[in-house]
Design a protein around this ligand. Structure first.
Ligand SMILES: C[S@@+](CC[C@H](N)C(=O)[O-])C[C@H]1O[C@@H](n2cnc3c(N)ncnc32)[C@H](O)[C@@H]1O
Length: 437
């Protein structure tokens, strides 16, 4: 039996996700089990059987979720949405004993209240279950057994069952400390955009909790990103449990042979903060990733950690003081940021209060380090600061728009080619401020 699926992803990574899904289909599944369809802003459609949907959940590093399409129809008001949801055979997928949660996303919907629409979908599902299965399921917004997702455009309502449960960027091994570091699926997508291959050195000189490094290790060691977590489809009545056992056992076998590949990895990280490095170490150990060499270094003093032409990737701090956490350049304690636990995720008021000279000095020194010591490397920086190339005094070879949640960012690429590093005069930096694009 075949279904239509939709895999949402961070905007800007649609093509990377489509390529990844096609690879999963080719490497892990029999022909026809997963056929990649259209890329649309924010995700990729695909068609497949249960094994295809489950493999996408288990193996996609870039998708945020895998949604199974239940129905789609034009609507004009909440009553149409109620009717559409009421007609669906929810009792085939779950029982009234399962708790549910409904989420709605809309683009240019004429409806006044999405909250009311959400309630109508909930009512429709509960009414249907009461009629067909004798009782109504309860709602649990925190830990639901089953998630239903509705997507509204100007004209159409589409209902989906969420086969993932928790979003896929939650790999199950990160020590969660509240504020969010770079999401795993954004980091994985960026790695794909860098064209890094596991034989090459990879270095993140501002590695924080180690998201790029952990994702890279898992790619290199062929560890399925979903191996340490559970999925929403495991609670659905129609899930193909035999196919799931098979997929998991294959992925487990791959992980068991992975340790032999660990010794060949050339994946390195550093950060100025020992606290962040400790977090990175704890994350690697929970993810079973062995020993990634990590050093406490100010990025201004960085040197290539391996011979050869490597890939440097980082999301540098933006708008916070570039210094050892908690002290300014003179060693004075600075005011406490309520989210200092994760440092870089400072609220806007805090950012504005601390954006001035230290940033400019830091990025100029970082640019010098790249030019002087990283010949032959390609450097990629994710930032929401469009002035970064000017601050580094380097001309970018490419820039790709990407969204980090709602925040519009650029992935800048700098090719540090021998003898021809494309420097840019300081005056260019000022024009960036006016022509940021
Ligand atoms: C935006 S975070 C990187 C987050 C990381 N990608 C992750 O997933 O956790 C920026 C990092 O730069 C580090 N940092 C700040 N100033 C630095 C400096 N001068 N040298 C090296 N690292 C620095 C911070 O400690 C922080 O971990």
């Amino acid at each position: 039996m075949s279904f239509d699926f939709f895999a949402p992803c961070p905007r800007g990574l649609e093509a990377a996700l489509a390529a990844e899904l096609a690879e999963t289909a080719q490497r892990r599944l029999p022909p026809g089990a997963l056929q990649v369809g259209a890329e649309v802003p924010g995700g990729v459609h695909f068609r497949g059987n249960w094994a295809g949907g489950m493999a996408a959940n288990l193996h996609s590093r870039i998708a945020s979720r895998v949604l199974l399409k239940i129905a789609q129809r034009p609507y004009r008001g909440e009553q149409d949405i109620y009717a559409l949801a009421r007609e669906q055979q929810w009792e085939k997928w779950f029982s009234p004993n399962e708790t549910i949660r409904i989420d709605i996303t809309a683009i240019k919907s004429p409806l006044r209240s999405l909250e009311f629409a959400t309630l109508r979908v909930k009512d429709a599902i509960c009414d249907r279950m009461r009629d067909k299965a004798g009782s109504r399921p309860s709602v649990d917004t925190a830990y639901p057994d089953v998630r239903i997702f509705a997507f509204l455009t100007t004209t159409d309502c589409t209902l989906y069952l969420d086969t993932s449960g928790e979003p896929l960027f939650k790999r199950g091994w990160r020590l969660d400390k509240g504020a969010a570091p770079l999401r795993e699926n954004l980091a994985a997508g960026i790695l794909r955009l860098t064209n890094w291959s596991p034989e090459q050195p990879l270095y993140d000189p501002m590695c924080g909790s180690g998201t790029f490094l952990a994702e890279a290790c898992q790619v290199a060691m062929d560890i399925a990103p979903g191996l340490s977590r559970s999925f929403g489809f495991e609670r659905l009545k129609q899930a193909d449990t035999a196919a799931w056992r098979h997929l998991k056992s294959e992925a487990n076998t791959a992980r068991n042979t992975a340790m032999s590949r660990a010794k060949d990895l050339q994946i390195f990280g550093s950060d100025i903060s020992d606290v962040m490095l400790e977090k990175a170490r704890a994350n690697f150990s929970r993810a079973g990733l062995g020993n990634v060499p990590l050093k406490q270094i100010d990025a201004r003093n960085m040197t290539p950690p391996a011979a050869g032409e490597g890939i440097l990737v980082a999301n540098p701090p933006y708008g916070e003081r570039i210094e050892v956490r908690g002290r300014n350049a003179r060693g004075e304690l600075r005011e406490r940021n309520p989210r200092d636990d994760d440092g870089y995720d400072a609220p806007d008021s805090f950012r504005r209060a601390h954006t001035d000279a230290p940033d400019a000095e830091f990025f100029q020194a970082l640019g010098d380090a790249l030019k002087q010591r990283f010949t032959g490397w390609r450097a990629f920086f994710l930032t929401s600061d469009r002035k970064l190339p000017g601050q580094l005094r380097l001309r970018e070879a490419a820039k790709t728009p990407l969204f980090n949640g709602a925040l519009e960012c650029r992935l800048f690429r700098f090719d540090l080619i021998a003898g021809s590093v494309r420097q840019r005069p300081a005056k260019d930096a000022a024009s960036d401020e006016n022509n940021a694009g």
